[in-house]
Design a protein around this ligand. Structure first.
Ligand SMILES: [Cu+2]
Length: 478
């Protein structure tokens, strides 16, 4: 309906303009051609000035109005080290081009007005003016050189690979000075349609791959299992977990067509090309949690994330960094969105410990036909066994006084959800606790609470263990 009204109004306007044109022609014939041409020129010149004012005011207004929607302005902080430099180069460029934009627009329209046709005026002919030409060549050349150099410096910084003496790590060090010469290498493989994300595990090294081994059912990356570096590699496809303040080297590749590895908040963007591995090195500077805290100060982020659910989480609470594919790669392109969770260094080490037993090799190959280490005891298994034994021992110790304690527990208050970080185990525990709470059985609620507390303690302990692991020399035991 709105379209129909729009079309009718357009037709109506065209008819009016045509009619005005006809009236003008008639009056011109009555008044004489010359005078009519002069009047027409005057009108056009004045309209040019009007257009200039409307255009410049509109440009400035829209730049101010939409500023807060852009990354690097308003609430949208940039969350990586190199992004700040790129933003600086961008702002400087915008400053100079902005000045040039306003000056040239004013000259264009004001000159059109000033030098409109007059019968009594003749154009002046100047063959050349050396001084003028030097000025209008030298100034732009100087500014352009400045911008190019600035851009090049930032470009080289952003595109730099890790240094030769920097070493890859699995667990990240909590000491900033120890982290300086280290990087965490992760891998993102694009496919139609999704990202297969790989973490290196404790050894900090990604295992070898061979495309001829790719099998969608059993080995979607084509990992070479003879390579011991593959034993602890963790393959995860739903989210990318990154430690804050640690240099990350993303190894980027594709299994089929062109994709693009894009994390806008980090100013990270790189093509994923089948057959040509690319990379991007960056350092996240804000955890997801601290970014949410920052956003919570702004009124526009304090509205419900889902307009249909006014009681649901606020926009800032639902905020996530995202990894997108920025190359239109097919009909399922949109579904390549993945969450990027930036966590503290301690949380990352805990996450790695927790996910060690979910390594691709252990869950898919170990003990099966074709396992190259079938009769060997692996150090990763020893670690996991030791942790499980400690877990059991602790459980026994805690279970002993439990029967007395259980009945005396206070009635279950609705459990506040544990942090979303405890994704894998935390969630299941959490779900069971809330369902039991809704049934109103107090004892079970208390027990579940115990389990959660124990799990949290466990994770804390493993994290500390992980810290210790960094100091121990590399185990060549694999
Ligand atoms: Cu894609």
């Amino acid at each position: 309906m709105m379209y129909l009204i729009g079309i009718l109004i357009t037709i109506f306007l065209v008819v009016i303009i045509v009619q005005i044109g006809k009236v003008n022609e008639l009056t011109a014939r009555l008044r004489g051609e010359k005078q009519a041409a002069q009047d027409g020129n005057d009108w056009n010149a004045k309209l040019m000035l009007l257009f200039m004012v409307a255009f410049l005011v509109g440009s400035v207004w829209s730049a101010i109005y939409y500023k807060d929607y852009m990354l690097g302005y308003g609430p949208n902080l940039l969350a990586s080290e190199h992004a700040v430099g790129i933003q600086f180069a961008f702002n400087i460029t915008l400053f100079f081009t902005g000045i040039v934009f306003v000056i040239t627009q004013i000259l264009l329209f004001v000159f059109s007005y000033m030098y409109r046709y007059r019968e009594d005026r003749k154009a002046e002919f100047i063959s050349h003016d050396n001084k003028l030409e030097i000025v209008w060549t030298a100034i732009p050349a100087f500014v352009m050189a400045l911008l190019v150099v600035l851009g090049l410096v930032e470009w080289n910084k952003s595109m730099a690979d890790v240094g030769e003496n920097e070493k890859p790590v699995g667990y990240v060090s909590l000491e900033e000075s120890d982290r300086e010469d280290t990087y965490l290498e992760i891998e993102a493989t694009g496919k139609q349609f999704g990202w297969i994300l790989r973490h290196p595990g404790k050894d900090g090294k990604l295992g070898e791959k061979d495309y001829t081994l790719i099998d969608d059912a059993t080995n979607e990356l084509g990992l070479v299992f003879d390579d011991p570096k593959n034993i602890d590699d963790i393959v995860i496809s739903d989210e990318l977990v990154l430690p804050v303040g640690q240099k990350i080297r993303a190894r980027i590749t594709s299994r089929d067509v062109l994709h693009n590895f894009d994390i806008p908040h980090f100013y990270v963007k790189m093509d994923a090309i089948p057959g040509i591995p690319t990379h991007f090195v960056f350092t996240p500077t804000m955890t997801t949690e601290s970014y949410r805290d920052h956003l919570s100060q702004f009124p526009e982020w304090n509205v419900p994330a889902d307009p249909d659910d006014p009681e649901g989480p606020k926009r800032w609470e639902a905020f996530e960094y995202e990894l997108a594919c920025a190359e239109l790669c097919g009909k399922g392109h949109y579904s390549m969105r993945r969450i990027v969770r930036v966590v503290t260094l301690e949380e990352y080490n805990e996450w790695l410990t927790k996910n060690e037993e979910k390594s691709f090799y252990l869950t898919n190959v170990r003990g099966k036909l074709g396992d190259p280490f079938i009769n060997k005891k692996l150090s990763i298994e020893e670690r996991i066994d030791r942790r499980n034994k400690e877990k059991d021992a602790e459980k026994k110790k805690d279970d002993a006084p439990a029967p007395d304690a259980a009945p005396s527990t206070t009635p279950a208050t609705p459990e506040t959800p544990t942090t979303p970080e405890t994704n894998t185990e935390g969630n299941t525990l959490n779900n069971s606790s809330s369902s039991e709470n809704s049934n109103g059985t107090t004892t079970i609620g208390g027990e579940v609470k115990n389990i959660i507390e124990k799990a949290t303690e466990e994770v804390k302990k493993e994290g500390e263990e992980a810290k210790g692991l960094i100091d121990t020399p590399k185990d060549g035991g694999h």
